[in-house]
Design a protein around this ligand. Structure first.
Ligand SMILES: Cc1ncc(COP(=O)(O)O)c(C=O)c1O
Length: 348
C-alpha cells in the first residue's frame, strides 16, 4: 500500500471539508448554463485572474486544446516549447483534433524559449507558409517559475508581431506563490490562461480556461464538440471552489517541504541530486537503477516517479514532514551498502 505518494500533485484525495462542500452543492444542468455552483466557480476564477470570462473543463488537456482551437484555425500554427505539456504530453491533440500545426522550439534550461527563436519562427505572410497565430507558454514549467521580465518580453514580442498568447497555467498558483506575484498579474500578460484545479490545489477533477468573453463563447462550442459538455458539474465545481478558497495560500508549505526533501536527498550523491523548484525535485542519477530504487521505496509504501531514468518527487497536500522523514530513512537503508550495489548499473 502506498502511504507517501510523491509521484505527482494530482494524487491528492478530497478531505472532509471538500467532501462536505461537494455533498451540499447546489446543481443544475451546466450545458444549459443552469448550474449555480459552476457559474460561481467560473465568475470567481475570472475575477481572480482579471479576465472577462471563464469556462470549466474536465481536464487541463481539454482546456488547453479548446484554447488552442479557439485561437488557431485549421492549418494555422502555434509556437510552443519542445518540452511543453501541450506539445509533448497531450497526445498531439492540437494536430490530431485541431488540425493546428505545432512549431516546437527548444526550451532553455530555465524553461523559457529564447526570444530570437520565437521571432525567427514567426512565418512571413506568404502563401507557402502556415499562418503563425499563437505563442503558448507554460508556467510553472517542470516546477520552474518563468521570470517576470521574460513573461513581459515574450508576450510583448508576440503581440508586436500580431500573435495571440496562451498560458498553460496548470500550476499558475504555484508560480504566483513562489514569485510573490498576484496570479492576476501573471495571467494579465496573456490573452488566455488555463488553470488546473486538480493538481496542487487538491480538487479531484477540473480545469478552467479564462479569457475575453467572445473567446470563451467560442471555446464553449469547442468544448461541446470535444465531449466536455458536462451536466450537474456543481458537485465537482464545489470542490474546485473549496480548493481555491482553502488551498492556495498553503502552496508555499509544499514549496518549503520540497526544499527540505531536496536537502535530505542531497545526502545521497548516487541520486544525482537536483534543487527543488516550487513543489518539485528532479534528479537524473548517472549510475543508479532508478526502477530498482523506486521498487525498493514502493515496498516501504513510498511512491516516486522513476520513468525514463529520471526521478521526480512532487510535494502536495497529502505529504507532510513525516513523509519526508520516512523518505530519508528509506534512502539510508537503500544506500547502507547492502542494497545499493545490486541496484547500481555497470558504468558505461
Ligand atoms: C503543465 C501541465 N499542463 C497540463 C496538464 C494536463 O492536465 P490534465 O491531466 O488534467 O489533462 C498537466 C498534467 O499533468 C500539466 O502538468
Amino acid at each position: 500500500m502506498i502511504v507517501d505518494d510523491f509521484r505527482s500533485d494530482t494524487v491528492t484525495r478530497p478531505d472532509e471539508g471538500m467532501r462536505a462542500a461537494m455533498a451540499a452543492a447546489e446543481v443544475g444542468d451546466a450545458v444549459y448554463d443552469d448550474c449555480p455552483t459552476t457559474k460561481r466557480l467560473e465568475s470567481m476564477t475570472a475575477e481572480r485572474l482579471g479576465k472577462e470570462s471563464a469556462l470549466f473543463f474536465p481536464t487541463g488537456t481539454q482546456a488547453n486544446l479548446a484554447g488552442l482551437m479557439a485561437h488557431c484555425g485549421r492549418g494555422e500554427e502555434y509556437l510552443v516549447g519542445q518540452m511543453a505539456h501541450t506539445y509533448r504530453l497531450e497526445g498531439g491533440g492540437a494536430a490530431v483534433l485541431g488540425s493546428i500545426q505545432p512549431q516546437p522550439l527548444p526550451n532553455e534550461a530555465d524553461g523559457t524559449i529564447a526570444l530570437d527563436a520565437i521571432a525567427n519562427a514567426i512565418k512571413p505572410n506568404d502563401f507557402h507558409f502556415a499562418m503563425t497565430r499563437l505563442l503558448a507558454l507554460e508556467n510553472t514549467f517542470n516546477g520552474q517559475v518563468l521570470p517576470d521580465s521574460y513573461l513581459e518580453a515574450a508576450t510583448g514580442l508576440a503581440r508586436a508581431r500580431g500573435l495571440s498568447t496562451h498560458l498553460d497555467g496548470a500550476r499558475l498558483m504555484n508560480a504566483a506563490a513562489a514569485s510573490n506575484r498576484d496570479a492576476a498579474w501573471i495571467a494579465g500578460q496573456f490573452d488566455t490562461v488555463s488553470l488546473c484545479l486538480s493538481k496542487g490545489l487538491g480538487a479531484p477533477v477540473g480545469s478552467i480556461l479564462v479569457g475575453p468573453k467572445d473567446f470563451i463563447e467560442k471555446a464553449r462550442r469547442i468544448r461541446k464538440m470535444l465531449g466536455g459538455g458536462m451536466r450537474q458539474t456543481g458537485v465537482i465545481a464545489a470542490a474546485a471552489i473549496y480548493a481555491l478558497e482553502h488551498n492556495v495560500t498553503r502552496l508555499s508549505e509544499d514549496h518549503r517541504r520540497a526544499a527540505k526533501l531536496a536537502e535530505v536527498l542531497a545526502r545521497f550523491p548516487e541520486l544525482g541530486t537536483g534543487p527543488s523548484r516550487t513543489n518539485m525535485v528532479f534528479m537524473s542519477p548517472k549510475t543508479l537503477d532508478t526502477a530498482a530504487f523506486a521498487a525498493f521505496l514502493r515496498e516501504r509504501g513510498i511512491a516516486v516517479s522513476g520513468r525514463y531514468g529520471t526521478l521526480r518527487w512532487v510535494t502536495h497536500l497529502d505529504v507532510d514532514d513525516d513523509a519526508v522523514a520516512r523518505v530519508a530513512e528509506a534512502c539510508e537503508r537503500f544506500f547502507d551498502g547492502k542494497q545499493a550495489p545490486a541496484a547500481m548499473k555497470a558504468q558505461a
